[in-house]
Every structure is written in structure tokens, then in C-alpha cells.
Design a binder for this molecule. Structure first.
Ligand code: G3I
Length: 379
């Protein structure tokens, strides 16, 4: 009986799988981070912030809206950083990485940028925007999504105001200015529908990255957003095939905006099991792709998910529900990360000491929980 009590205390001290956290295990499994998007309306929600700031849970945060053009330069030459800083300051306080998002995007673009400009004018507009915004956050961003969503699903370049003025040169120009402005940030191209191998958009993205790099720009990474639907999301194989292709042209890959939404609500228990499987395909693919550095969920709770606002009748796409209960997907991901950590699938990315500790924790935790379960089953 005393032994059982000791095991219980040990298990509570080390944590059980249900309380284990995402980033802690992602790092032990060899990823750089497990992150989340955070949007400004959530900042005064204490329950939300307790989880968002938990560095065992999330090693990286991304401002969902705060750094976008409409928030940072809504009128030409007048810059404001309040919304972006509010999120960036969290990372400063907690030590979480900051994935900065996004400098040049056709959406959430202030009206004045959408006028008709000459190539020279647009070149100056982009340079001024990036120099100011990336300059303001210089040294704070682990990565910048420099250009977002430049390619259409059919593989053609998106006819946005920047493209209309400059052609594909706007992408080269944006990456060059970003590299000059914040040389230590990893520079990413970020897009959706480039996860499942291999469609016209993936092929066009691959070609575009090669063209832009050949023109002298540095692109370090490709961000695959990963907004998908339960039961219809890509398999691990399809995801890995895409990453194998993209690995030929960049040094880093990341899933930058993962959420997997149900198409009918409320989701049943079986639907949530399927959602867990779908999430596992993504996490498994990242773990098995050597260049995949991390996974970001596009918010962690259904309370602040963008999905219902955009897709009426769909949602419940996140790892926590609206009441902050963890879903099956959460524990499945933690279990997979734990297995990868204990199997040594990749080298742990935290400092050697921390990695060893994390691995020791991992082993201890699995052993303890297994032992405890056995003991309790016999009791
Ligand atoms: O700021 C206004 C507020 O003043 C107003 O009262 C309110 C009324 O609806 O709208 C607010 O703006 C909203 C904004 O988010 C800030 O919350 C917009 O309506 C809303 O459309 C906007 O949605 C954002 C969306 O990008 C815009 O396309 C989502 O929050 C954001 O999560 C989403 O994120 C994008 C990524 O940046 C790029 N990849 C796709 C992803 C999902 O669309």
C-alpha cells in the first residue's frame, strides 16, 4: 500500500499523459517548438493566457492579426505597433519564440495599397513597409512570414496589387529587403493548400521559390498552413512527399496554421477520434521530415478560432474546446511526441542538458504511468 502511494505521488509529480505538455514533448522529440497563434481579443482572458504563456505547452507564439499591414500601416507612412507589440511582449516575457506574421499579403491590406502604382512606386511602398515593421521587431522574430499566399490554387500567380505593379519581382524584392532589415530572422514563404502532394499550387510554389532564389533573394523556409477538414485531411505520406519536394529548395519547413475543422456540429465522440487521427498525420509527418522544425496551431481553443466566422456551421477545429477541455487530439499528439522522444526518432533540440533531462523525464514518466496503471489494475 505504501508503494502504491509512493507511485501515485511520483506520477503526480512527474505528470501523467493527460497533463503533459505539447512543447516540452515536441522539443524532447527533436522539434524546435510546438506553437500557437494568439489574437488580441484573447489577451484579457486569464484562463486563456495561462495556457498561452505556459512554455511547456507552447514554445512559440504567432500574432494572428497584430502585425498585418492593416494593423501596422493603415495609412501610408504612419506606423502603429500596439496590437503586434501586445503579442510580441508575451514572448519577451516568457522566452517563447515569436513567429512573426506577415509582411506582404493581399488580404488585410489597407485600401491605399490597393491603388494602381508603377513598379518603382510599389517597390518603395514595400521597402518602406518592411523596413519599418521588420525594423521595429528586429531581433525579436525567430521567423518572418515575409510573403503570404502569392500563388493561386491553379498554380497561377495571384493578381494582387503588388503583383500587378511588379510581377514576381515583388516577392524577390520583399525577401531582399527583409533580409537586409532583420538578418537573423528566418525568412519564410507561407501559404495554404500546399500540404497534400502534389498539386498545381505546390509545383508552382516550388518553381516560384527557385526563381526568386535564383534572382538573389534568401528564402529560408516554407510554411504550410494546414487548415483542413476532419476525415478529409492529408495523410502522413502525402504530407511527407510534399516536404521531400520542398526540402530541395529550402532549409526549413513548418506547419504554421494547423486547425482541422468538423464539417457538422456538434462533433460526436467518433468525429473527435477521427480529428485526433488527422492531427497525428500532421505531427507524424513533421517528426519524420528532417527539415520540419515545428508545428503551430491556429489558436488552441475553439473559443477564439477563426473558422466559425468564415465557414458557417463548421468548426471545433482546435485542440481545446470552448470550455478549455482538451480533446482526444491533444492527448494523441502528446503520446506520439512521447513515443518519438523515447524512441529517439530525431535528436532532441533543447540544450544538451535540457534534452537529457527531457528524455529522462520522458522515460520516467512513461515507466511510472505504465507501472501505476498496472498496479492500479491489480489493486
Ligand atoms: O478588427 C475588426 C474589428 O474592429 C471589428 O469589430 C470586427 C467585426 O467583425 O472585425 C475585426 O476584424 C477582423 C479581424 O480578423 C481581427 O479580428 C476581421 O473581420 C476578420 O476577417 C479577421 O479575420 C482574420 C483572417 O485572417 C483575415 O483573413 C482571422 O482573425 C485570422 O485568424 C486569419 O488568419 C489567416 C492568416 O493570417 C493567413 N492564413 C489564413 C488564416 C485564416 O484566414
Amino acid at each position: 500500500m505504501i508503494r502504491l502511494f509512493q507511485l501515485l505521488v511520483l506520477a503526480i509529480t512527474l505528470g501523467t499523459p493527460a497533463t503533459c505538455q505539447l512543447d516540452k514533448w515536441a522539443k524532447a522529440a527533436g522539434l524546435k517548438y510546438f506553437g500557437t497563434a494568439v489574437d488580441n481579443p484573447a489577451l484579457n482572458n486569464q484562463g486563456y493566457m495561462k495556457i498561452a504563456r505556459d512554455t511547456d505547452e507552447f514554445g512559440s507564439i504567432t500574432p494572428a492579426n497584430g502585425q498585418k499591414w492593416s494593423n501596422t500601416e493603415s495609412s501610408q507612412g504612419r506606423f502603429s505597433y500596439g496590437s503586434g507589440d501586445a503579442i510580441a511582449n508575451i514572448a519577451k516575457q516568457t522566452g517563447q519564440l515569436l513567429r512573426c506574421h506577415t509582411l506582404v499579403w493581399y488580404n488585410q491590406l489597407p485600401g491605399w495599397v490597393s491603388s494602381s502604382y508603377s513598379k518603382d512606386q510599389m517597390q518603395r511602398i514595400i521597402a518602406t513597409h518592411i523596413q519599418n515593421v521588420a525594423g521595429h521587431y528586429k531581433g525579436q522574430c525567430y521567423a518572418w512570414d515575409v510573403v503570404n499566399e502569392a500563388v493561386e490554387d491553379d498554380g497561377k500567380m495571384r493578381q494582387n496589387p503588388m503583383y500587378k505593379a511588379m510581377g514576381i519581382d515583388y516577392i524577390t524584392h520583399s525577401f531582399k529587403i527583409a533580409a537586409q532589415t532583420d538578418p537573423t530572422a528566418k525568412l519564410y514563404y507561407n501559404d495554404f493548400n500546399i500540404e497534400r502532394c502534389c498539386n498545381a499550387k505546390i509545383n508552382a510554389t516550388y518553381d516560384m521559390i527557385k526563381t526568386v532564389k535564383a534572382a538573389g533573394a534568401r528564402i529560408d523556409g516554407i510554411g504550410m498552413q494546414g487548415h483542413s477538414r476532419v476525415g478529409k485531411s492529408p495523410s502522413k505520406k502525402e504530407l511527407k512527399d510534399t516536404m521531400a519536394k520542398f526540402s530541395q529548395v529550402v532549409d526549413e519547413l513548418a506547419y504554421t496554421e494547423i486547425d482541422i475543422r468538423h464539417l457538422k456540429l456538434p462533433a460526436s465522440a467518433a468525429d473527435n477520434q477521427q480529428q485526433a487521427k488527422d492531427y497525428l498525420e500532421v505531427v507524424g509527418a513533421c517528426l519524420e521530415a528532417p527539415k520540419c522544425v515545428g508545428i503551430t496551431v491556429w489558436d488552441f481553443t475553439d473559443q477564439y478560432s477563426w473558422i466559425p466566422g468564415q465557414y458557417s456551421g463548421e468548426g471545433e477545429a482546435c485542440l481545446w474546446d470552448r470550455s478549455y477541455n482538451k480533446k482526444p487530439a491533444y492527448s494523441s499528439i502528446v503520446s506520439l511526441l512521447q513515443s518519438a522522444a523515447t524512441a529517439g526518432l530525431r535528436s532532441a533540440t533543447s540544450s544538451p542538458t535540457a534534452a537529457v533531462t527531457a528524455r529522462a523525464d520522458a522515460t520516467a514518466e512513461v515507466v511510472v504511468v505504465t507501472t501505476l496503471a498496472t498496479v492500479l489494475a491489480r489493486a
